[in-house]
Design a protein around this ligand. Structure first.
Ligand code: ATP
Ligand code: MG
Length: 561
Protein backbone atom coordinates (compact mmCIF):
# COMPACT_ATOMS: atom_id res chain seq x y z
CA UNK A 1 0.00 0.00 0.00
CA UNK A 2 1.36 3.40 -0.88
CA UNK A 3 1.03 6.24 1.56
CA UNK A 4 0.10 9.80 0.86
CA UNK A 5 3.20 11.37 -0.67
CA UNK A 6 4.51 14.05 1.67
CA UNK A 7 5.98 16.54 -0.73
CA UNK A 8 6.33 19.55 1.50
CA UNK A 9 9.63 19.64 3.35
CA UNK A 10 10.89 16.56 1.51
CA UNK A 11 14.67 16.21 1.28
CA UNK A 12 16.22 15.79 -2.16
CA UNK A 13 16.24 11.99 -1.98
CA UNK A 14 12.62 11.86 -0.90
CA UNK A 15 11.84 14.17 -3.79
CA UNK A 16 13.58 11.81 -6.24
CA UNK A 17 11.57 8.90 -4.90
CA UNK A 18 8.32 10.85 -5.02
CA UNK A 19 9.01 11.87 -8.63
CA UNK A 20 9.86 8.28 -9.60
CA UNK A 21 6.59 7.05 -8.11
CA UNK A 22 4.60 9.81 -9.80
CA UNK A 23 6.16 9.28 -13.21
CA UNK A 24 5.66 5.53 -12.88
CA UNK A 25 9.37 4.72 -13.25
CA UNK A 26 8.82 2.52 -10.21
CA UNK A 27 5.63 1.20 -8.64
CA UNK A 28 7.04 0.85 -5.17
CA UNK A 29 10.41 1.56 -3.64
CA UNK A 30 12.96 -0.74 -2.09
CA UNK A 31 16.01 0.52 -0.21
CA UNK A 32 18.64 -1.17 1.94
CA UNK A 33 21.23 -0.38 4.56
CA UNK A 34 24.35 -2.36 3.57
CA UNK A 35 27.02 -2.32 6.29
CA UNK A 36 30.15 -4.40 6.10
CA UNK A 37 30.38 -6.42 9.35
CA UNK A 38 33.97 -5.29 9.95
CA UNK A 39 33.32 -3.03 12.91
CA UNK A 40 30.61 -1.43 15.03
CA UNK A 41 28.28 1.16 13.58
CA UNK A 42 28.83 4.87 14.25
CA UNK A 43 26.55 7.90 14.11
CA UNK A 44 27.36 8.36 10.43
CA UNK A 45 25.79 4.97 9.87
CA UNK A 46 22.83 6.08 11.98
CA UNK A 47 22.29 8.84 9.44
CA UNK A 48 22.26 6.31 6.62
CA UNK A 49 19.96 3.99 8.61
CA UNK A 50 17.50 6.80 9.36
CA UNK A 51 17.60 7.81 5.72
CA UNK A 52 17.05 4.38 4.17
CA UNK A 53 14.56 3.05 6.70
CA UNK A 54 12.98 6.48 7.17
CA UNK A 55 12.31 6.82 3.45
CA UNK A 56 10.23 3.66 3.29
CA UNK A 57 8.57 4.34 6.65
CA UNK A 58 7.46 7.71 5.37
CA UNK A 59 6.67 6.97 1.74
CA UNK A 60 5.95 3.24 1.82
CA UNK A 61 8.02 0.40 0.38
CA UNK A 62 10.60 -1.91 1.91
CA UNK A 63 14.07 -1.61 3.39
CA UNK A 64 16.49 -4.51 3.82
CA UNK A 65 19.33 -4.84 6.27
CA UNK A 66 22.09 -6.39 4.22
CA UNK A 67 25.52 -7.46 5.34
CA UNK A 68 27.96 -6.50 2.65
CA UNK A 69 30.21 -9.36 3.62
CA UNK A 70 32.39 -10.06 0.63
CA UNK A 71 35.76 -9.79 2.37
CA UNK A 72 36.49 -12.65 4.80
CA UNK A 73 39.58 -10.95 6.18
CA UNK A 74 37.98 -8.44 8.53
CA UNK A 75 34.43 -9.62 8.97
CA UNK A 76 33.23 -11.27 12.16
CA UNK A 77 30.02 -12.59 13.71
CA UNK A 78 30.58 -10.27 16.68
CA UNK A 79 30.20 -7.29 14.35
CA UNK A 80 27.16 -8.79 12.69
CA UNK A 81 25.47 -9.19 16.08
CA UNK A 82 26.36 -5.65 17.13
CA UNK A 83 24.96 -4.19 13.90
CA UNK A 84 21.67 -6.03 14.31
CA UNK A 85 21.41 -4.82 17.86
CA UNK A 86 22.10 -1.21 16.91
CA UNK A 87 19.55 -1.11 14.10
CA UNK A 88 16.96 -2.66 16.40
CA UNK A 89 17.86 -0.23 19.18
CA UNK A 90 17.24 2.68 16.83
CA UNK A 91 13.76 1.22 16.40
CA UNK A 92 13.81 0.16 12.75
CA UNK A 93 12.38 -3.06 11.31
CA UNK A 94 13.88 -4.55 8.18
CA UNK A 95 11.92 -6.24 5.45
CA UNK A 96 14.58 -8.91 4.95
CA UNK A 97 17.90 -9.66 6.61
CA UNK A 98 20.32 -10.46 3.79
CA UNK A 99 23.96 -11.43 3.30
CA UNK A 100 25.93 -10.59 0.17
CA UNK A 101 27.82 -13.83 0.79
CA UNK A 102 24.59 -15.75 0.12
CA UNK A 103 24.86 -14.49 -3.47
CA UNK A 104 28.40 -15.79 -4.14
CA UNK A 105 27.10 -18.31 -6.66
CA UNK A 106 25.17 -15.57 -8.49
CA UNK A 107 28.19 -13.25 -8.58
CA UNK A 108 30.19 -16.12 -10.02
CA UNK A 109 27.62 -16.54 -12.78
CA UNK A 110 27.76 -12.81 -13.55
CA UNK A 111 31.53 -13.10 -13.89
CA UNK A 112 31.18 -16.04 -16.28
CA UNK A 113 28.72 -14.05 -18.36
CA UNK A 114 31.20 -11.19 -18.63
CA UNK A 115 34.05 -13.54 -19.57
CA UNK A 116 31.91 -15.20 -22.23
CA UNK A 117 31.07 -11.79 -23.66
CA UNK A 118 34.78 -10.98 -23.86
CA UNK A 119 34.37 -8.38 -21.10
CA UNK A 120 36.55 -9.90 -18.40
CA UNK A 121 39.95 -11.56 -18.30
CA UNK A 122 42.28 -13.32 -15.92
CA UNK A 123 45.37 -11.24 -15.29
CA UNK A 124 48.54 -12.97 -14.10
CA UNK A 125 50.24 -9.72 -13.13
CA UNK A 126 50.90 -9.02 -9.45
CA UNK A 127 48.74 -6.54 -7.55
CA UNK A 128 51.73 -4.23 -7.52
CA UNK A 129 52.14 -4.39 -11.27
CA UNK A 130 48.47 -3.77 -11.81
CA UNK A 131 48.63 -0.70 -9.63
CA UNK A 132 51.71 0.59 -11.42
CA UNK A 133 50.20 0.18 -14.88
CA UNK A 134 46.92 1.83 -13.99
CA UNK A 135 48.18 5.30 -14.94
CA UNK A 136 47.35 8.53 -13.15
CA UNK A 137 44.79 11.29 -13.45
CA UNK A 138 46.84 12.81 -16.25
CA UNK A 139 48.25 9.67 -17.85
CA UNK A 140 46.42 6.68 -19.27
CA UNK A 141 47.17 3.20 -17.99
CA UNK A 142 48.94 0.49 -19.95
CA UNK A 143 47.23 -2.67 -21.07
CA UNK A 144 48.08 -5.93 -19.41
CA UNK A 145 49.91 -8.45 -21.64
CA UNK A 146 47.12 -10.89 -20.69
CA UNK A 147 44.30 -8.61 -21.75
CA UNK A 148 43.60 -10.12 -25.12
CA UNK A 149 43.51 -13.79 -24.26
CA UNK A 150 40.69 -15.86 -25.75
CA UNK A 151 37.40 -16.43 -23.98
CA UNK A 152 38.19 -20.15 -23.69
CA UNK A 153 41.52 -19.49 -22.03
CA UNK A 154 39.91 -17.05 -19.59
CA UNK A 155 37.15 -19.51 -18.74
CA UNK A 156 39.69 -22.23 -18.07
CA UNK A 157 41.91 -19.98 -15.96
CA UNK A 158 38.99 -18.62 -13.94
CA UNK A 159 37.87 -22.20 -13.30
CA UNK A 160 41.35 -22.96 -11.99
CA UNK A 161 41.22 -19.87 -9.78
CA UNK A 162 37.95 -21.05 -8.34
CA UNK A 163 39.27 -24.54 -7.76
CA UNK A 164 42.18 -23.30 -5.72
CA UNK A 165 44.85 -24.19 -8.29
CA UNK A 166 46.48 -20.76 -7.96
CA UNK A 167 47.99 -19.24 -4.87
CA UNK A 168 46.85 -15.97 -3.33
CA UNK A 169 48.10 -13.02 -5.37
CA UNK A 170 49.01 -15.12 -8.39
CA UNK A 171 46.17 -13.80 -10.52
CA UNK A 172 42.92 -11.85 -10.49
CA UNK A 173 39.88 -11.49 -12.71
CA UNK A 174 39.59 -8.03 -14.25
CA UNK A 175 36.84 -6.28 -16.17
CA UNK A 176 37.84 -5.37 -19.72
CA UNK A 177 36.59 -1.81 -20.03
CA UNK A 178 39.08 0.88 -20.99
CA UNK A 179 42.59 1.20 -19.59
CA UNK A 180 42.75 4.84 -20.73
CA UNK A 181 39.37 5.87 -19.33
CA UNK A 182 39.40 9.34 -17.72
CA UNK A 183 37.72 7.80 -14.65
CA UNK A 184 40.36 5.63 -12.97
CA UNK A 185 37.69 3.34 -11.56
CA UNK A 186 36.92 2.25 -15.13
CA UNK A 187 40.48 1.18 -16.00
CA UNK A 188 39.95 -2.56 -16.01
CA UNK A 189 39.11 -2.86 -12.30
CA UNK A 190 39.67 -6.10 -10.44
CA UNK A 191 36.50 -8.18 -9.97
CA UNK A 192 37.80 -11.26 -8.16
CA UNK A 193 40.86 -12.09 -6.12
CA UNK A 194 42.10 -15.28 -4.50
CA UNK A 195 41.86 -15.52 -0.71
CA UNK A 196 42.36 -18.90 0.85
CA UNK A 197 40.34 -18.07 3.90
CA UNK A 198 37.03 -19.41 5.09
CA UNK A 199 34.19 -16.93 5.31
CA UNK A 200 32.39 -16.38 8.62
CA UNK A 201 28.98 -16.75 6.98
CA UNK A 202 29.58 -18.66 3.74
CA UNK A 203 31.96 -21.23 5.19
CA UNK A 204 34.93 -22.69 3.34
CA UNK A 205 33.43 -23.28 -0.08
CA UNK A 206 35.13 -20.36 -1.81
CA UNK A 207 38.70 -19.30 -2.34
CA UNK A 208 37.90 -16.48 -4.76
CA UNK A 209 36.14 -13.43 -3.40
CA UNK A 210 34.43 -10.62 -5.34
CA UNK A 211 35.39 -6.98 -4.86
CA UNK A 212 32.95 -4.39 -3.61
CA UNK A 213 32.51 -2.44 -6.86
CA UNK A 214 31.79 -5.60 -8.81
CA UNK A 215 29.43 -7.19 -6.31
CA UNK A 216 27.53 -4.25 -4.95
CA UNK A 217 25.26 -3.53 -7.89
CA UNK A 218 24.36 -7.18 -8.28
CA UNK A 219 23.45 -7.38 -4.59
CA UNK A 220 20.99 -4.56 -5.17
CA UNK A 221 19.70 -6.13 -8.38
CA UNK A 222 19.14 -9.52 -6.73
CA UNK A 223 17.14 -7.98 -3.89
CA UNK A 224 15.06 -5.79 -6.18
CA UNK A 225 16.43 -2.56 -4.73
CA UNK A 226 15.11 0.44 -6.65
CA UNK A 227 17.03 3.25 -4.97
CA UNK A 228 20.55 2.37 -4.02
CA UNK A 229 21.57 5.16 -1.66
CA UNK A 230 25.17 5.72 -0.63
CA UNK A 231 27.61 8.44 0.34
CA UNK A 232 29.28 10.85 -2.08
CA UNK A 233 32.65 9.08 -2.17
CA UNK A 234 30.97 6.47 -4.36
CA UNK A 235 29.82 9.00 -6.94
CA UNK A 236 32.66 8.30 -9.32
CA UNK A 237 32.16 4.59 -8.84
CA UNK A 238 28.66 4.96 -10.26
CA UNK A 239 29.74 4.59 -13.93
CA UNK A 240 31.36 1.30 -12.97
CA UNK A 241 28.34 0.20 -10.96
CA UNK A 242 26.26 0.97 -14.06
CA UNK A 243 28.68 -0.80 -16.41
CA UNK A 244 28.49 -4.03 -14.42
CA UNK A 245 24.69 -3.84 -14.36
CA UNK A 246 24.34 -3.00 -18.04
CA UNK A 247 26.58 -5.83 -19.24
CA UNK A 248 24.97 -8.73 -17.42
CA UNK A 249 21.39 -10.00 -17.60
CA UNK A 250 19.80 -9.06 -14.29
CA UNK A 251 16.26 -9.30 -12.92
CA UNK A 252 16.03 -5.66 -11.88
CA UNK A 253 17.97 -2.47 -12.53
CA UNK A 254 18.78 -0.45 -9.39
CA UNK A 255 19.87 3.20 -9.55
CA UNK A 256 22.46 4.76 -7.31
CA UNK A 257 22.02 8.13 -5.57
CA UNK A 258 24.60 9.79 -3.36
CA UNK A 259 24.35 12.07 -0.34
CA UNK A 260 26.97 13.81 1.81
CA UNK A 261 28.31 11.76 4.68
CA UNK A 262 27.95 12.96 8.25
CA UNK A 263 31.05 14.46 9.81
CA UNK A 264 30.96 15.49 13.46
CA UNK A 265 33.29 18.00 15.07
CA UNK A 266 35.97 16.80 17.50
CA UNK A 267 35.63 13.19 16.45
CA UNK A 268 36.32 10.77 13.61
CA UNK A 269 33.88 8.60 11.76
CA UNK A 270 35.74 5.65 10.37
CA UNK A 271 35.57 2.10 11.61
CA UNK A 272 39.20 1.52 10.78
CA UNK A 273 40.34 4.42 12.91
CA UNK A 274 37.93 3.68 15.73
CA UNK A 275 39.38 0.17 15.87
CA UNK A 276 42.83 1.69 16.09
CA UNK A 277 41.75 3.71 19.15
CA UNK A 278 40.70 0.46 20.80
CA UNK A 279 43.82 -1.44 19.81
CA UNK A 280 46.06 1.30 21.17
CA UNK A 281 44.16 1.29 24.46
CA UNK A 282 43.08 4.90 24.03
CA UNK A 283 39.46 3.93 24.64
CA UNK A 284 38.22 0.81 26.42
CA UNK A 285 36.17 -0.74 23.61
CA UNK A 286 33.65 -0.03 20.85
CA UNK A 287 31.13 1.01 23.48
CA UNK A 288 33.40 3.38 25.38
CA UNK A 289 31.07 6.33 26.06
CA UNK A 290 33.50 8.67 24.28
CA UNK A 291 33.19 6.76 21.02
CA UNK A 292 30.92 8.11 18.29
CA UNK A 293 29.63 4.58 17.84
CA UNK A 294 25.97 3.76 18.36
CA UNK A 295 26.96 1.42 21.20
CA UNK A 296 29.11 4.19 22.66
CA UNK A 297 26.39 6.82 22.71
CA UNK A 298 23.95 4.21 24.07
CA UNK A 299 26.27 3.51 26.99
CA UNK A 300 26.83 7.23 27.42
CA UNK A 301 23.06 7.56 27.95
CA UNK A 302 21.67 8.73 24.63
CA UNK A 303 18.20 7.49 23.74
CA UNK A 304 17.18 6.06 20.35
CA UNK A 305 14.71 8.92 19.94
CA UNK A 306 17.46 11.51 20.45
CA UNK A 307 19.65 9.92 17.77
CA UNK A 308 16.77 9.71 15.33
CA UNK A 309 15.82 13.30 16.07
CA UNK A 310 19.43 14.36 15.51
CA UNK A 311 19.61 12.54 12.16
CA UNK A 312 16.36 14.08 10.99
CA UNK A 313 17.30 17.57 12.07
CA UNK A 314 20.70 17.65 10.34
CA UNK A 315 18.99 16.90 7.04
CA UNK A 316 20.26 15.30 3.86
CA UNK A 317 22.15 17.08 1.13
CA UNK A 318 24.90 16.68 -1.44
CA UNK A 319 27.18 19.23 0.21
CA UNK A 320 29.90 18.00 2.57
CA UNK A 321 29.70 19.71 5.93
CA UNK A 322 30.79 19.39 9.53
CA UNK A 323 28.03 19.09 12.10
CA UNK A 324 28.82 20.68 15.46
CA UNK A 325 28.88 17.99 18.15
CA UNK A 326 27.21 20.56 20.41
CA UNK A 327 24.08 20.05 18.36
CA UNK A 328 24.05 16.36 19.30
CA UNK A 329 24.41 17.40 22.94
CA UNK A 330 21.64 19.94 22.52
CA UNK A 331 19.19 17.32 21.25
CA UNK A 332 19.65 14.91 24.17
CA UNK A 333 19.62 17.80 26.65
CA UNK A 334 16.27 18.98 25.33
CA UNK A 335 14.84 15.48 25.61
CA UNK A 336 16.18 14.76 29.09
CA UNK A 337 14.97 18.10 30.34
CA UNK A 338 11.49 16.65 29.79
CA UNK A 339 12.13 13.17 31.15
CA UNK A 340 15.03 12.93 33.62
CA UNK A 341 14.28 12.99 37.36
CA UNK A 342 16.21 15.61 39.35
CA UNK A 343 18.55 14.44 42.08
CA UNK A 344 21.42 15.86 44.13
CA UNK A 345 24.95 14.55 43.76
CA UNK A 346 28.09 16.25 44.99
CA UNK A 347 30.84 15.49 42.48
CA UNK A 348 33.82 16.92 44.40
CA UNK A 349 32.79 16.98 48.04
CA UNK A 350 33.82 19.59 50.60
CA UNK A 351 32.78 18.84 54.17
CA UNK A 352 30.49 21.23 56.01
CA UNK A 353 29.78 20.98 59.75
CA UNK A 354 26.67 22.81 60.99
CA UNK A 355 27.90 23.73 64.47
CA UNK A 356 24.53 24.71 65.89
CA UNK A 357 22.75 21.61 64.62
CA UNK A 358 22.39 18.89 67.30
CA UNK A 359 24.79 16.00 66.99
CA UNK A 360 23.10 12.71 66.11
CA UNK A 361 19.87 14.36 64.96
CA UNK A 362 18.57 13.31 61.53
CA UNK A 363 15.72 15.31 60.09
CA UNK A 364 13.40 14.27 57.29
CA UNK A 365 12.87 17.07 54.83
CA UNK A 366 10.43 16.91 51.98
CA UNK A 367 11.95 17.77 48.64
CA UNK A 368 9.39 18.98 46.18
CA UNK A 369 10.28 19.16 42.54
CA UNK A 370 9.07 22.02 40.43
CA UNK A 371 5.68 20.94 39.09
CA UNK A 372 7.01 21.04 35.53
CA UNK A 373 10.03 18.87 36.36
CA UNK A 374 9.83 15.14 35.73
CA UNK A 375 10.77 12.62 38.33
CA UNK A 376 10.25 11.70 41.89
CA UNK A 377 7.57 14.28 42.66
CA UNK A 378 8.26 14.60 46.32
CA UNK A 379 10.99 12.66 48.03
CA UNK A 380 12.48 12.63 51.46
CA UNK A 381 15.89 14.16 52.09
CA UNK A 382 17.73 13.45 55.27
CA UNK A 383 19.44 16.44 56.86
CA UNK A 384 22.05 16.25 59.58
CA UNK A 385 24.95 18.09 61.16
CA UNK A 386 27.64 16.82 58.79
CA UNK A 387 27.15 17.24 55.09
CA UNK A 388 28.96 17.91 51.85
CA UNK A 389 28.77 20.63 49.26
CA UNK A 390 30.58 21.03 45.94
CA UNK A 391 34.21 22.09 46.36
CA UNK A 392 33.89 24.94 43.89
CA UNK A 393 30.76 26.26 45.57
CA UNK A 394 33.05 27.78 48.17
CA UNK A 395 35.65 30.54 47.83
CA UNK A 396 37.69 31.96 50.63
CA UNK A 397 38.24 35.26 48.84
CA UNK A 398 35.34 35.50 46.45
CA UNK A 399 35.04 38.11 43.71
CA UNK A 400 31.94 40.27 43.59
CA UNK A 401 28.80 38.48 42.47
CA UNK A 402 29.96 35.12 43.76
CA UNK A 403 26.59 34.12 45.16
CA UNK A 404 27.75 30.85 46.63
CA UNK A 405 29.40 30.17 49.98
CA UNK A 406 32.20 32.33 51.38
CA UNK A 407 33.30 33.38 54.90
CA UNK A 408 30.44 35.33 56.47
CA UNK A 409 28.22 34.76 53.45
CA UNK A 410 24.83 33.05 53.40
CA UNK A 411 23.41 30.48 50.99
CA UNK A 412 20.42 28.21 50.93
CA UNK A 413 20.90 24.46 50.85
CA UNK A 414 18.39 23.16 48.32
CA UNK A 415 15.18 21.83 49.94
CA UNK A 416 16.68 22.66 53.38
CA UNK A 417 18.03 25.61 55.41
CA UNK A 418 19.98 28.79 55.00
CA UNK A 419 23.52 28.45 56.33
CA UNK A 420 26.30 30.94 57.03
CA UNK A 421 29.97 30.14 56.82
CA UNK A 422 31.76 30.88 60.07
CA UNK A 423 35.16 29.24 59.86
CA UNK A 424 37.50 27.66 57.35
CA UNK A 425 39.67 24.72 58.46
CA UNK A 426 42.83 23.90 56.51
CA UNK A 427 45.42 21.17 56.68
CA UNK A 428 49.15 21.81 57.06
CA UNK A 429 49.55 22.33 53.31
CA UNK A 430 46.92 25.06 53.30
CA UNK A 431 44.26 22.96 51.60
CA UNK A 432 40.72 23.63 52.80
CA UNK A 433 39.38 20.47 54.40
CA UNK A 434 36.28 21.56 56.27
CA UNK A 435 33.91 24.50 56.71
CA UNK A 436 32.14 25.33 59.93
CA UNK A 437 28.74 26.90 59.42
CA UNK A 438 25.63 27.80 61.35
CA UNK A 439 22.08 27.30 60.15
CA UNK A 440 18.93 29.34 60.71
CA UNK A 441 16.27 26.96 62.10
CA UNK A 442 13.49 29.29 60.95
CA UNK A 443 14.55 29.11 57.30
CA UNK A 444 13.42 25.62 56.41
CA UNK A 445 12.30 25.29 52.77
CA UNK A 446 8.55 25.19 52.52
CA UNK A 447 8.04 26.76 55.95
CA UNK A 448 10.51 29.60 55.91
CA UNK A 449 9.64 32.29 58.44
CA UNK A 450 13.11 33.80 58.51
CA UNK A 451 12.21 36.50 55.95
CA UNK A 452 15.70 36.23 54.55
CA UNK A 453 16.53 36.47 50.93
CA UNK A 454 19.67 34.75 49.72
CA UNK A 455 20.92 34.72 46.18
CA UNK A 456 22.58 31.31 46.01
CA UNK A 457 21.13 27.84 46.37
CA UNK A 458 23.53 24.91 46.59
CA UNK A 459 23.03 21.18 46.23
CA UNK A 460 24.34 19.02 49.08
CA UNK A 461 24.36 15.49 50.43
CA UNK A 462 24.27 14.45 54.09
CA UNK A 463 27.27 12.49 55.33
CA UNK A 464 25.24 9.78 57.12
CA UNK A 465 23.06 8.91 54.19
CA UNK A 466 25.14 9.84 51.16
CA UNK A 467 26.04 7.06 48.78
CA UNK A 468 29.62 6.95 47.54
CA UNK A 469 29.69 6.89 43.73
CA UNK A 470 32.18 6.94 40.90
CA UNK A 471 31.42 9.50 38.23
CA UNK A 472 32.92 9.68 34.78
CA UNK A 473 33.05 13.06 33.10
CA UNK A 474 33.58 13.02 29.35
CA UNK A 475 35.10 15.60 27.08
CA UNK A 476 35.78 15.65 23.36
CA UNK A 477 37.93 12.80 22.11
CA UNK A 478 40.09 15.22 20.11
CA UNK A 479 41.30 18.77 20.55
CA UNK A 480 40.90 19.70 16.87
CA UNK A 481 37.41 20.71 15.80
CA UNK A 482 37.70 19.69 12.17
CA UNK A 483 40.00 16.69 11.85
CA UNK A 484 40.06 17.01 8.09
CA UNK A 485 42.26 20.07 8.77
CA UNK A 486 45.03 18.06 10.44
CA UNK A 487 48.49 19.38 9.79
CA UNK A 488 50.51 17.54 7.19
CA UNK A 489 52.53 14.68 8.60
CA UNK A 490 50.41 14.49 11.75
CA UNK A 491 47.97 11.78 12.65
CA UNK A 492 44.78 11.64 14.68
CA UNK A 493 46.69 10.55 17.77
CA UNK A 494 48.54 13.86 17.80
CA UNK A 495 45.23 15.54 18.54
CA UNK A 496 43.92 13.34 21.33
CA UNK A 497 42.36 15.23 24.23
CA UNK A 498 44.17 14.07 27.40
CA UNK A 499 41.11 15.09 29.43
CA UNK A 500 38.51 13.21 27.43
CA UNK A 501 37.84 11.13 30.54
CA UNK A 502 37.96 12.40 34.12
CA UNK A 503 37.06 9.85 36.77
CA UNK A 504 35.83 11.08 40.14
CA UNK A 505 35.82 8.40 42.82
CA UNK A 506 34.80 10.39 45.88
CA UNK A 507 31.43 11.68 44.74
CA UNK A 508 28.43 11.47 47.03
CA UNK A 509 24.90 10.87 45.84
CA UNK A 510 21.61 11.22 47.61
CA UNK A 511 20.25 7.83 48.74
CA UNK A 512 17.56 7.65 46.03
CA UNK A 513 20.31 6.92 43.51
CA UNK A 514 21.11 3.59 45.14
CA UNK A 515 17.95 2.28 43.44
CA UNK A 516 19.21 3.18 39.97
CA UNK A 517 19.53 0.48 37.34
CA UNK A 518 22.03 0.50 34.45
CA UNK A 519 21.06 3.07 31.80
CA UNK A 520 18.69 4.98 34.13
CA UNK A 521 19.06 8.69 33.44
CA UNK A 522 18.98 11.64 35.83
CA UNK A 523 19.59 15.31 36.02
CA UNK A 524 22.17 15.91 38.73
CA UNK A 525 21.10 19.35 39.93
CA UNK A 526 23.34 22.16 38.69
CA UNK A 527 25.69 19.63 37.02
CA UNK A 528 24.19 17.93 34.01
CA UNK A 529 22.52 14.80 32.79
CA UNK A 530 23.97 11.49 33.90
CA UNK A 531 23.31 7.86 33.19
CA UNK A 532 23.99 4.78 35.29
CA UNK A 533 26.72 2.83 33.48
CA UNK A 534 26.30 -0.76 32.30
CA UNK A 535 28.68 -1.77 35.11
CA UNK A 536 26.68 0.15 37.72
CA UNK A 537 25.64 -1.88 40.76
CA UNK A 538 24.14 -1.03 44.12
CA UNK A 539 27.47 -1.83 45.74
CA UNK A 540 29.53 0.09 43.20
CA UNK A 541 27.49 2.99 41.87
CA UNK A 542 28.89 4.28 38.58
CA UNK A 543 27.49 7.12 36.49
CA UNK A 544 28.45 8.61 33.14
CA UNK A 545 27.93 12.24 32.34
CA UNK A 546 25.87 12.42 29.17
CA UNK A 547 26.06 16.20 28.83
CA UNK A 548 26.51 19.17 31.11
CA UNK A 549 23.67 21.62 31.64
CA UNK A 550 25.32 24.42 29.75
CA UNK A 551 23.80 24.60 26.31
CA UNK A 552 26.59 25.85 24.10
CA UNK A 553 24.51 25.13 21.03
CA UNK A 554 21.67 27.45 22.07
CA UNK A 555 24.31 30.13 22.64
CA UNK A 556 25.88 29.58 19.22
CA UNK A 557 22.47 29.87 17.61
CA UNK A 558 21.67 33.07 19.45
CA UNK A 559 24.92 34.59 18.24
CA UNK A 560 24.25 33.50 14.67
CA UNK A 561 20.62 34.60 14.73
P1 ATP B 1 33.68 3.57 7.58
O1 ATP B 1 34.27 4.56 6.64
O2 ATP B 1 33.33 4.12 8.90
O3 ATP B 1 34.45 2.31 7.68
P2 ATP B 1 32.02 2.45 5.64
O4 ATP B 1 31.33 3.35 4.67
O5 ATP B 1 33.19 1.71 5.19
O6 ATP B 1 32.27 3.26 6.95
P3 ATP B 1 29.99 0.51 5.52
O7 ATP B 1 29.75 -0.61 6.44
O8 ATP B 1 30.44 0.21 4.15
O9 ATP B 1 31.02 1.44 6.24
O10 ATP B 1 28.75 1.51 5.49
C1 ATP B 1 27.42 1.14 5.35
C2 ATP B 1 26.65 2.33 4.87
O11 ATP B 1 26.77 3.44 5.76
C3 ATP B 1 27.16 2.79 3.52
O12 ATP B 1 26.06 2.90 2.65
C4 ATP B 1 27.78 4.13 3.79
O13 ATP B 1 27.59 4.99 2.70
C5 ATP B 1 27.06 4.61 5.05
N1 ATP B 1 27.92 5.50 5.84
C6 ATP B 1 29.15 5.22 6.31
N2 ATP B 1 29.68 6.29 6.94
C7 ATP B 1 28.75 7.28 6.88
C8 ATP B 1 28.69 8.65 7.33
N3 ATP B 1 29.70 9.20 8.00
N4 ATP B 1 27.58 9.35 7.06
C9 ATP B 1 26.56 8.80 6.41
N5 ATP B 1 26.54 7.54 5.95
C10 ATP B 1 27.62 6.78 6.17
MG1 MG C 1 33.83 0.54 3.86
Amino acid sequence: MRMELPEKGANFLEQIVIDDLKSGRVNTIATRFPPEPNGYLHIGHAKSICLNFGLTEKIGGTCNLRFDDTNPEKEEPEYEKAIIRDVEWLGFKWHRLCYASDYFQQFYKCALELIRAGKAYVDLQSADQIRKTRGTLTEPGTESPYRNRSVEENLALFEKMKNGEFEEGECVLRAKIDIAHPNLNMRDPVMYRILKKPHYHAGASWCIYPLYDFAHGYEDAIEGITHSICTLEFENHRPLYDWFLDNVSIPNRPHQYEFARLNLSYTVMSKRFLLELINRGIVSDWDDPRMPTISGVRRRGYTPSSIRCFCNEIGVSRVESLVDIEFLHHVIREELNQTAPRVMVVLRPLKVVIDNYPEGKVEELTAENNPEDPGYGTRTMLFSRNLYIEEDDFMENPPKKFFRLAPGQEVRLKHAYIITCQEVVKDSSGKIIELHCTYDPTSRSGSDTSERKVKGTLHWVAEETGVRATIRLYGHLFTLKDLSLMERGKSYVDYLNPDSLITLTESLAEPALAQAKPLDRFQFLRQGYFCADLDHTREKPLFNRIVSLKDTWAKIQKQDG
